[in-house]
Ligand binder design. Structure first.
Ligand SMILES: O=C(O)C(=O)C[C@]1(C(=O)O)C=C[C@@H](O)C=C1
Length: 356
């Protein structure tokens, strides 16, 4: 017999039984997985039930990707009654809101495996949209292939770059060539429409059901605890929401400063700590080295122009911009920094939602 390439080895742990589900469109099975995600240091009590904007209403939520992308699941989880609008890129989802074709855009902004998605923070800062809701989604990756394709026939795997990065170890074990595409569900659609028999896609189990593909392996992510935090953005929503019973509010800020020392950082921390305001996220961006692009922020209060800042802090904290201690902290920070913009004030949701 002629020698051929050794068969691909699929670790047995990647093959639990597959229970196909068909409830994608109404998503009845989304539920909190009962574990709080700590993006940095702080977690307060969880909120029960699904968060919704204004109770229900057919909100139009723009997301990046094809139907079945994780961002769409996040949108449906945040607002179960919404109509989702697929967009080619995150920038298109934002433009859809700006032009009135959608009421909200959804953006993934950080993940437990990769940290802050700076590319999406950049987008957020360049536009005049407000954060009105947060949602944490458990991201469970599967290896999908055309019906009947056997693992040994696969040579290549396509998916969103983040999904390929999150599954690096499993993909190295499988020895598949990796090729990035725009989103996970788009990869599945590509397999289907081009009838690719040597290619697998990494996407959700629901995308497999939606496009009629086989799930060859489950739980491909390198870390079993893989959560992505999404933000829902709106053109309206400049007022803080009512604080629901049993939940708190959260505010996101971007602070630009002259940099050059740790003193600004310490002053920011002190402005919060002396008022007993708890931070839930702190990201320090210094891009003053040659060749590094500064952070571009839309000055929504000033002339509405984009301004370049090499030193920026992203801060999320517990509290509302209606509280006097929060107002005082922001005033104090504004007195020694170059620029401060409130990105949004919204209900803090510490639940993590699972699609399974
Ligand atoms: O491609 C998708 O399905 C997306 O929703 C995008 C995205 C991301 O950009 O991080 C969202 C969550 C997963 O981590 C993988 C990809």
């Amino acid at each position: 017999m002629a020698s051929s390439a050794p068969p691909l080895k699929f670790p047995s742990s990647l093959f639990p039984s597959t229970k196909k589900r068909r409830e994608f469109l109404d998503l009845p099975s989304i539920a909190p997985v009962g574990k709080s995600w700590k993006p940095s240091t702080v977690v307060v009590a969880g909120i029960n039930g699904h968060p919704q904007i204004n109770g229900s209403g057919a909100l139009r939520v723009a997301f990046q990707g094809a139907p079945g992308a994780y961002s769409e699941f996040a949108a449906k989880t945040a607002c179960p009654a919404c109509a989702t609008i697929p967009c080619r890129a995150f920038a298109d989802a934002i433009a859809a809101v700006e032009r009135g074709r959608a009421d909200r855009a959804i953006l993934p902004v950080e993940s437990t495996m990769e940290g802050t998605a700076l590319r999406n923070y950049d987008l957020l800062l360049r536009h005049d949209l407000r954060i009105v809701q947060e949602i944490n989604l458990f991201v469970h990756y599967c290896l999908l292939a055309m019906p009947g394709v056997r693992p040994g026939e696969l040579r290549r795997v396509i998916s969103h770059p983040m999904a390929l990065a999150h599954c690096g170890r499993a993909l190295s074990q499988l020895g598949l060539r990796r090729e990035p595409v725009e989103d996970t569900a788009g990869a599945v659609e590509m397999l289907r429409s081009n009838h690719l028999l040597d290619t697998a896609a990494i996407a959700s189990p629901r995308a497999a059901v939606l496009y009629g593909l086989d799930v060859l392996a489950h739980g491909l992510q390198d870390e079993s605890w893989n959560v992505t935090r999404f933000l829902l953005l709106s053109k309206t929503g400049t007022r803080p929401p009512q604080k629901p019973a049993g939940a708190g509010l959260k505010t996101s800020l971007v602070i630009a400063h002259r940099g050059g020392s740790m003193i600004v950082l310490l002053k920011v921390l002190s402005a919060f700590s002396k008022r007993n305001i708890n931070l839930t996220k702190l990201e320090v961006i210094n891009s003053s080295n040659e060749g590094e692009a500064p952070v571009m922020i839309l000055d929504v209060r000033g002339k509405g122009s984009l301004r370049a800042f090499p030193h920026v802090l992203y801060v999320d904290f517990e509290g509302s911009t209606d509280e006097s201690k929060v107002k005082e902290a922001i005033d104090e920070i504004s007195s020694f920094s170059v620029f401060v913009r409130i990105l949004g004030c919204y209900v803090a949701d510490h639940n993590v939602y699972d699609l399974q």
